[in-house]
Design a protein around this ligand. Structure first.
Ligand SMILES: N[C@@H](CCC(=O)N[C@@H](CS)C(=O)NCC(=O)O)C(=O)O
Length: 203
């Protein structure tokens, strides 16, 4: 049995979304996005830094949302959500899958730290402003790539659960300008997917 260790408003939503898209059975260990749960001894035993998502699959325990996605596709792929290695879409799949944690999430983290996590007297508006500009710039190439395309790499794929979820988070943070029309339409398309709606309903 698969068990997803989860908290709302976090990267764990992208894992939940992928599980739903794949139609896999799973149990959810829903925690609060709060140190009381995430930094508890129980959860630190699952992830040394007390982070989410973490997936258990029988004797296997794995963390890092991208690694979990690859693991689910390879071991439980249920017919796809990834272009074939020799398909023309495969390089774009890899690129956008990794662009998520590599380019987009670092400024998202900084913004969240300087708006929500730190007490107001320790928040730095300059640092936050720099991160907001960096994040908005990071979406430019994605907006361009989505011109004339429904999804990032051909059919809907796990790259969309990774970067698509990050695009929704970024829009909530005000870093997806309406002028990025291809990206804005893409976000609306993703939000209409029943599997994503189910994952977001747990937020
Ligand atoms: N690169 C990791 C990042 C994991 C991560 O930082 N998760 C955040 C939630 S979005 C977390 O657990 N934060 C709790 C904390 O920082 O205490 C991944 O993709 O899984």
């Amino acid at each position: 049995m698969l068990t997803l260790h989860f908290a709302p408003n976090s990267r764990a939503v992208r894992t939940l979304w992928l599980l739903e898209e794949l139609g896999l059975d799973y149990e959810l260990n829903k925690m609060a996005f709060h140190p009381q749960d995430l930094k508890s001894d129980d959860h630190r035993a699952r992830h040394p830094l007390g982070r989410i998502p973490v997936l258990d699959d029988g004797d296997v325990r794995i963390f890092e949302s991208g690694a979990i996605a690859e693991y689910l596709l390879e071991r439980h792929k249920n017919g796809g959500l990834k272009p074939a290695v020799d398909s023309p879409e495969y390089p774009a799949y890899l690129q956008w899958f990794h662009y998520c944690e590599g380019m987009v999430m670092p400024p998202v983290n900084t913004i969240v730290v300087h708006t929500i996590l730190l007490p107001p007297d320790r928040q730095d508006a300059t640092v936050r402003g720099q991160a907001e500009r960096l994040l908005t710039r990071a979406w430019g190439p994605v907006n361009d790539a989505l011109e004339g395309r429904e999804y990032l790499a051909g059919d809907f794929s796990a790259a969309d659960t990774m970067l698509g979820h990050a695009s929704v988070m970024s829009q909530r943070l005000g870093c997806v300008p309406a002028e990025m029309e291809h990206l804005t339409a893409y976000i609306e398309r993703l939000l209409a997917r029943p599997a994503f709606q189910k994952a977001l309903a747990l937020e």
